[in-house]
Write a protein that binds this ligand. Structure first.
Ligand code: DGL
Length: 332
């Protein structure tokens, strides 16, 4: 049976009621107390074995998943890709908020113990509302890693590469106002609407998007920019392309992204809420050999749900994640 968040909430509520009775130490209550310990353990085990939910407009959030899987290898993950509506970056704020809340509700219904909005654009317009809608559920959002870039910059000039939505959103602009400006750091915002579709298409190097990126790196260097923030979760997939270009063109630019920091934050939250998976959760090699693409097996490390499937999609995911990663597709 799939564990749902509703089940988890029911168990937690029962536990709270029983524990309230503990104040009176009558024999009857003592019995209830023993019962409460059993429920307590059950609630804790349920929470620990529940999956972590990840959401992005497309495959970009898999760059965050790779950091999570490395830091938290015993966890299970359910990924929701809104491939029907990607890209989000050019959409208006109401549209992004509505699509994001739909994704979060879906992940909530799968019983996720924590959700990562692995999309800067979605976080910019829906993080606050999502947290209000699901007050018991830890929800982690993304904002471009501008702070470490400001701290590392020697030239006092950094660039943020992100979608139009993220660049206009208040999450990033608050960091500019509260951190970059007081540190006298100039922030150049750069937006190329073709970057997300380029990643979704598998980043062909002969594409003119690749050529534009090469030229843009040179332009950044000419402006004195020494830190380039990848403010969209799709972009770390072309980080090695950027680093190769930077080396070839002998530019002095460092590339920064948020994946590692997000994985650390998730780990902190799981520990603080006593929800980390135990070793029993670990998927054995034997489990992996039984995988097929139609039945959901909650023991799998990564279950992938897309709002629109294509033949290209599975090849792309496998390429982005690397050969060893095992995942299962979860059709609606
Ligand atoms: N990965 C999303 C982000 O971090 C991409 C947005 C889009 O779909 O345009 O912003």
């Amino acid at each position: 049976m799939a564990i749902t968040a509703n089940h988890m909430m029911k168990v937690t509520t029962m536990r709270a009621n029983v524990l309230d009775g503990n104040t009176f130490r009558s024999p009857a209550i003592h019995k209830a107390n023993i019962h409460s310990m059993a429920i307590d353990t059950a609630a804790s085990n349920t929470a620990r074995s529940a999956p972590i939910g990840l959401f992005d407009s497309g495959v970009g959030g898999l760059s965050v998943y790779l950091h999570l899987a490395q830091q938290l290898p015993n966890e299970r993950y359910i990924y929701y890709a809104d491939t029907l509506n990607v890209p989000y970056g050019n959409r208006d704020s109401e549209d992004i908020e509505a699509l994001t809340l739909k994704a979060i509700e879906w992940l909530y219904q799968q019983g996720c113990k924590l959700i990562v909005i692995a999309c800067n654009s979605a976080s910019a317009y829906a993080l606050d509302t999502a947290r209000k809608c699901y007050p018991q559920l830890p929800i982690v959002g993304l904002v471009p890693a501008l702070k470490p870039a400001v701290l590392a910059s020697k030239s006092g000039h950094v660039a943020v590469l992100a979608t139009k939505a993220t660049l206009n959103g208040s999450l990033l602009n608050d960091v500019i106002a509260s951190f970059a400006n007081p540190n006298s750091t100039v922030v150049t915002k750069y937006f190329d609407p073709q970057l997300v579709p380029w990643v979704e298409a598998g980043m062909p190097v002969e594409d003119e998007t690749a050529q534009r990126l090469r030229q843009q790196l040179r332009a950044f260097a000419n402006e004195g920019i020494d830190q380039l923030v990848l403010g969209c979760t799709h972009y770390p997939f072309f980080k090695s392309f950027l680093l190769d270009e930077i080396a070839q063109q002998q530019l002095s630019i460092q590339v920064v992204d948020s994946g590692q920091a997000i994985a650390e934050r998730v780990k902190q939250l799981l520990v603080a809420n006593q929800m980390s998976a135990t070793l029993d959760n670990e998927t054995s090699t034997q489990d992996l050999s039984t995988i097929n693409k139609t039945n959901v097996d909650i023991k799998l490390p990564l279950t992938f749900h897309a709002t629109k499937y294509s033949d290209r999609l599975s090849a792309l995911i496998e390429r982005l994640l690397g050969k060893e990663t095992v995942l299962q597709y979860y059709p609606e």
